[in-house]
Design a binder for this molecule. Structure first.
Ligand code: SF4
Ligand code: SF4
Ligand code: SF4
Length: 264
């Protein structure tokens, strides 16, 4: 009797640093168990063999930054029953989206001797700006336990159990002294989704929001506090414009701060 077919999982990379894929490889023991339970149909960072779609689950790293990527993500969506965007690049544009508020052509002229060979979109955008995404996992890099929980839950046809609270709660759990209160450092922890274990405050620096805005968060209280803490209020806008800076809650708050500054 032929062995029952295993569910297929495929991993794809768009504009990114590969760090989220490395997190998958960092799962080590768990990855072996996962590889026993599923067919890894496409994961170029881990193996050469590529199986054609359709796939049960597609894990997508990176933002859409080129016309080619904009076409490819549609093809992947067509081949995937469930599509999970992993990491800050895939969920909020990531580092690539820093150019969304700048003149990308000017950047290209400075960096490349032949910018005419480049093909890039005017903006780098998250996967959800192009296709329907079934689940987003945040962070730079993504939390490997969250990836494992999400894939396992989806294969078991249940809702993944993912953290919804802010980084501040992780500080409290760890017994970390608040760097904002004790040292006067800017910190986005109160409005940032947890998942990292509050690693930055534990190492004496403020959170810059790489896990993106906490669900349903309101920045109306935090933003005036951040502005009051710095001589140059644009520092608060800069803090909000890091790797998750294109996530709407952070992007809108940063734009409001800059608009107010212009009025003064
Ligand atoms: S989210 Fe961070 S770690 Fe993941 S691919 Fe993007 S830059 Fe790399
Ligand atoms: S250091 Fe930041 S994340 Fe930690 S408790 Fe203070 S404000 Fe919250
Ligand atoms: S503390 Fe903030 S910036 Fe640091 S890893 Fe966690 S979410 Fe990212």
């Amino acid at each position: 009797m032929p062995a029952p077919c295993k569910p297929t999982v495929a991993v794809f990379k768009f504009s990114s640093c590969d760090g989220c894929q490395l997190q998958l490889l960092n799962m080590e023991d768990e990855l072996l168990a996962l590889a026993g339970a599923v067919e890894i149909a496409n994961f170029l960072e881990a193996r050469r063999r590529v199986l054609p779609g359709p796939y049960d689950i597609a894990l997508v790293e990176g933002s859409v930054s080129t016309p080619h990527e904009a076409e490819t993500i549609k093809k992947i969506r067509g081949e995937a029953k469930l599509l999970i965007a992993i990491g800050a690049c895939a969920t909020a544009g990531g580092i690539q989206a820093l150019r969304n508020r700048a003149d990308a052509d000017e950047y290209a002229r400075h960096v490349y001797p032949h910018p005419e060979y480049l093909h890039y979109l005017p903006k780098a955008t998250p996967i959800s700006a192009h296709v329907k995404v079934d689940l987003e996992l945040y962070g730079c890099p993504v939390n490997k336990e969250e990836v494992l929980e999400a894939v396992t839950a989806l294969l078991q046809d249940r809702k993944p159990n993912l953290p919804q609270h802010s980084v501040c709660l992780e500080c409290k759990r760890n017994g970390t002294v608040c760097v904002m209160v004790a040292k006067g450092m800017l910190c986005l922890g109160p409005v940032t989704r947890s998942g990292c274990g509050a690693i930055c405050p534990a190492n004496g620096r403020g959170c810059y929001g790489c896990f993106g805005p906490q669900p349903g968060v309101d920045l109306k209280t935090l933003v005036p506090t951040l502005r009051a803490m710095e001589k140059d209020p644009r520092e608060a806008a800069r803090l909000l414009s890091h790797v998750s800076g294109f996530a709407p809650a952070f992007a809108n708050a940063a734009e409001e701060i800059l608009a107010e500054e212009k009025k003064q």
